[in-house]
Design a binder for this molecule. Structure first.
Ligand code: CMP
Length: 138
């Protein structure tokens, strides 16, 4: 099934100049870029995006981190794009992120993990709608 998923290069990924590397991986894999913008994330948007984590001990740190510098927000489209992107990103726990995945190649931190991708199709729909208006998508 053709799906759209939300992907974000986080502030550490932008600062480390990994945005091109990450975008290139999704392009070379064959996904279609349906929307992209660089922005500084407001606390309001960060808290809405991470609403599912509200109340967890790391929530405050997570919002501080994601608002700490510019991010690149994107929508990628393709066959089973949600799971495909998750697999390309690699596991959340650094030791479980396989070499060859984005996290497995570039991060050893559970928080500063360079990239976010929607966890499932319902989250993808919500996140695409939260971050992009229809006229920003092609
Ligand atoms: P992300 O895919 O953006 O979704 C939720 C984020 O919370 C996750 O990536 C991590 O950056 C962060 N996160 C999850 N668990 C922890 C944790 N135990 N400590 C710090 N950050 C976490």
């Amino acid at each position: 099934m053709i799906q759209r998923t939300f992907v974000m290069v986080k502030p550490d990924g932008v600062q480390r100049k990994l945005a091109g590397e990450i975008i290139g991986r999704f392009e070379r894999r064959g996904l279609r870029l349906a929307g992209m913008k660089m922005l500084r994330v407001s606390r309001e948007l960060a808290e809405a995006h991470y609403a599912a984590h509200k109340g967890k001990p790391f929530f405050g740190e997570l919002v501080d981190f994601i608002t700490s510098g510019p991010v690149v927000a994107m929508v990628w489209e393709g066959e089973d794009a949600v799971l495909l992107v998750r697999n390309m990103m690699g596991a959340l726990k650094p030791a479980e992120a396989q070499p060859g995945s984005i996290r497995g190649d570039f991060t050893a931190s559970i928080q500063m993990n360079v990239v976010h991708g929607s966890s499932d199709p319902a989250a993808a729909d919500e996140e695409v709608a939260l971050w992009f208006s229809e006229d920003e998508l092609v």
